[in-house]
Write a protein that binds this ligand. Structure first.
Ligand code: PEP
Ligand code: MG
Length: 574
C-alpha cells in the first residue's frame, strides 16, 4: 500500500478502481497539399461541427452544474471565432500549402504557449482552454473520438493531470466515485465540481498519481487529503465500514436537516450555507440552510471578458435573495486578487498576489468596480434580510472608507428614487492576522464578523493555501489559528457584536464542538455539510462543548486537537 498526499478539496471517502483520464495524443503530420482551398473548407466545416458540439455540452452543463459552469463553454465557442487565431491558420494553409491539421495544431500551440508564458495563473488556465478547444477541432479533422470519458464503463476513481470544464461535463457522474489530480488547487474546476456533486476529491497530488495503472484499487480520502494506492485488506475493510457508516449517518442527519441547531441545554446557533451561484442556493435551502453566510459574488465576474453592469448584478442578487425570502443573506463584496484574476481589469502583475491588491484593497482603489456592486446590492435589498460584508480587511480605516462609499451609494440611490432597505447589517471577514489582533477596535465599526479560516490559516501560518507541500501548516486546526479564532469571538462579544464563520473550518465535524464551545454564533459551510453539522450541535450541551474548547486551546498540535475531539465527542465519529 502506498499513500499519496495532496490538498483535501472535497470531503468524503470512496473506494474504487483507478481510471486514468488521459487524452489521446494526436500525431499530426505536416503535409504539402495541392488544394489549399479544400483544406480551408475542411477547417471551416470542423469549426462548425465543434461549435455544435460545444453548444450541446453547454446545454448539458447548464442542466447538470448550473448556468455558471456552462458559461465556460460560451467562452470556448468564442475562441472558435477568434479572428487572430483563424487568420493564422488560414494564412499557414494558403501561403505554405500545408494541411489543415498541421496548420491548426501549430496556431493553437503558439497561441496557448504565449498565454502560458505570461506566468499568470489565470491566463495559464486560459491556455488550457485554448488547447481544449484546439484538441476538439483537431479530433474532428482527424476523425478520432475525443473524450477519454467514453471509455469509462464502471464506477471508478478518476485520476487526471487536471480536468478541464468540458472533461468534467462529459463524464458520466453515475460512474464517478471520486477525483484525484496531479495539478490544481482548492479552486480548480475539479475541486469545485466535486464539492457541488458531494464526491470526495484530492487535488495537487503531483505526477505520481499519473503512474497508477488503470484498475488498481484506490481509496480517496477527501477529509485527510490522501490517496491510498493498493490498500491492504484491513484498510479496505475499515474504509468500507466507514463508507457505510458515513452514508447511514448522512441519511439520518438529512431527515432532520430542517430542524434548528439547538444544544441539549438550549443554545441555538445559526447554520447557514456558503453559496457561489443560484443553483447552489437552491440545494442549500433543501439541505437545511437557515440563510447564506457567504455569498461569493465572484461568480458574476469570472469566465467573461467585461465587468457585469449594475442591472445584471441587481438581477443576479435578486434571484438568490428571492430563494431565501426573509432569511439572512450575507453578500461578500468582490474578492478578486490572490488566485482569482480578472484579465479584463488589466492589473499590474504582482510578486505575491495573496499579499497584494486583493479584495477590499482593490475595491477601494477602483471605485468603478466597487460602486456598481454596492449600488446593485442596495437596490436588491428591499423585502430581504440582506447583509453586506467586506473581505480581507486589515485596518479600521479600510472599514471606514468602505462604509463611506456604501453610504454614499445609498444617498445617491435615494436621490434617484430607488428603494433601499434601512436595516442592512454591515460586517467584515476576519481573515488577516491584523484583523484578528485588532478585532476589539474593528468591532466598533461593524455589526458582525465572519471568520474566514481559509485565509486566516494561510496568513497566520505563512503557508500558501494552494501549495500542497505546505498543506500541513495551512491547517485551521493549528493551535495558532484556533487561538486566533477564540480571541476574535471574545473581542466581538465584549463589544456586543455577533460572530460567524464562513471558512471551511465551520463545516468540519471535528471543529464544530470546539467552535460551539468558543460561542460562535453562526456556522456557514458547503451545503452538503449542513445536516451533519446540525446533528453534532444537537448532540452536545454547551458545557461539554466548552470543556472541549478549553482543552483544544491548550493542545499543541492539529493532531492532538483532532484526537481530543474524536475521543470526547461521540457524535463526530460517524
Ligand atoms: C476564507 O478565506 O476563509 C473564505 C471563506 O474566503 P475564500 O475562501 O473565498 O477566500
Ligand atoms: Mg478568504
Amino acid at each position: 500500500m502506498r499513500t499519496l498526499r495532496g490538498i483535501a478539496a472535497s470531503r468524503g471517502i470512496a473506494m474504487g478502481p483507478a481510471f486514468q483520464f488521459r487524452r489521446t495524443e494526436h500525431t499530426v503530420e505536416r503535409r504539402t497539399v495541392d488544394d489549399p482551398a479544400t483544406e480551408w473548407a475542411r477547417t471551416e466545416a470542423a469549426l462548425e461541427r465543434a461549435r455544435r458540439q460545444l453548444e450541446e455540452i453547454q446545454v448539458k452543463a447548464a442542466a447538470e452544474a448550473g448556468e455558471d459552469e456552462a458559461a465556460v463553454f460560451e467562452a470556448h465557442i468564442l475562441m472558435l471565432e477568434d479572428p487572430d487565431l483563424l487568420a493564422t491558420v488560414r494564412e499557414e494553409i494558403e501561403t505554405h500549402n500545408v494541411n489543415a491539421e498541421s496548420a491548426l495544431q501549430d496556431a493553437v500551440e503558439s497561441y496557448a504557449g504565449a498565454l502560458a508564458a505570461l506566468d499568470d495563473e489565470y491566463l495559464s488556465a486560459r491556455a488550457a482552454d485554448v488547447r481544449d478547444v484546439g484538441e476538439r477541432v483537431l479530433s474532428i479533422l482527424l476523425g478520432t473520438t475525443q473524450s477519454p470519458a467514453a471509455n469509462l464503463s464502471q464506477p471508478s476513481i478518476i485520476l487526471a493531470h487536471d480536468l478541464t470544464p468540458s472533461d468534467t461535463v462529459l463524464l458520466d457522474k453515475a460512474l464517478v466515485r471520486g477525483f484525484c489530480t496531479a495539478e490544481g488547487g482548492a479552486t480548480s474546476h475539479t475541486a469545485i465540481l466535486a464539492r457541488a456533486l458531494g464526491l470526495p476529491a484530492v487535488v495537487g497530488i503531483g505526477p505520481a498519481v499519473l503512474d497508477v495503472p488503470d484498475g488498481t484499487t484506490l481509496i480517496v480520502d477527501g477529509n485527510a487529503g490522501t490517496l491510498l494506492v493498493d490498500p491492504d485488506d484491513p484498510t479496505i475493510a475499515a474504509c468500507e465500514a466507514e463508507a457505510v457508516r458515513n452514508s447511514a449517518a448522512l441519511a439520518g442527519a438529512r431527515r432532520h436537516a430542517h430542524e434548528p441547531a439547538i444544544t441539549q441545554d438550549g443554545r441555538r446557533v445559526e447554520v447557514a450555507a456558503n453559496v457561489g451561484n443560484v443553483e447552489l442556493a437552491h440545494s442549500a435551502l433543501e439541505l437545511g440552510a437557515e440563510g447564506i453566510g457567504l455569498l461569493r459574488t465572484e461568480f458574476l465576474y469570472l469566465e467573461r471578458d467585461h465587468l457585469p453592469d449594475e442591472e445584471e448584478q441587481v438581477r443576479a442578487y435578486n434571484a438568490i435573495l428571492d430563494i431565501f425570502g426573509e432569511l439572512p443573506v450575507i453578500l461578500r463584496t468582490l474578492d478578486i486578487g490572490g488566485d482569482k484574476h480578472l484579465p479584463y481589469l488589466q492589473l499590474e502583475p504582482e510578486m505575491n498576489p495573496f499579499l497584494g491588491l486583493r479584495a477590499i484593497r482593490l475595491c477601494l482603489a477602483r471605485p468603478e468596480l466597487f460602486r456598481p456592486q454596492l449600488r446593485a446590492a442596495l437596490r436588491a435589498s428591499p423585502g430581504h434580510d440582506l447583509r453586506i460584508m467586506f473581505p480581507m480587511v486589515a485596518t479600521v480605516d479600510e472599514v471606514r472608507a468602505a462604509r463611506t462609499v456604501l453610504e454614499d451609494c445609498r444617498s445617491e440611490l435615494e436621490t434617484e428614487g430607488h428603494a433601499v432597505s434601512d436595516a442592512i447589517q454591515v460586517g467584515i471577514m476576519v481573515e488577516t492576522p491584523a484583523a484578528a489582533l485588532t478585532a476589539d477596535l474593528l468591532a466598533d465599526s461593524v455589526d458582525f464578523f465572519s471568520i474566514g479560516t481559509n485565509d486566516l490559516s494561510q496568513y497566520t501560518m505563512a503557508a500558501d493555501r494552494t501549495n500542497a507541500t505546505v498543506a500541513d501548516l495551512a491547517d485551521a486546526f493549528q493551535p495558532a489559528v484556533l487561538r486566533s479564532v477564540a480571541q476574535v469571538i471574545e473581542a466581538a462579544h465584549s463589544k456586543g457584536k455577533w460572530v460567524g464563520m464562513c471558512g471551511e473550518l465551520a463545516g468540519e465535524p471535528l471543529a464544530i464542538p470546539i467552535l460551539l464551545g468558543l460561542m460562535l454564533d453562526e456556522f456557514s459551510m458547503n451545503p452538503p455539510a449542513i445536516p451533519l453539522a446540525k446533528q453534532i450541535i444537537r448532540s452536545l450541551t454547551l458545557d461539554e462543548a466548552q470543556e472541549v474548547a478549553e482543552q483544544a486551546l491548550a493542545a499543541e498540535s492539529p493532531e492532538a486537537i483532532r484526537h481530543l475531539v474524536r475521543e470526547t465527542v461521540p457524535a463526530v465519529n460517524f
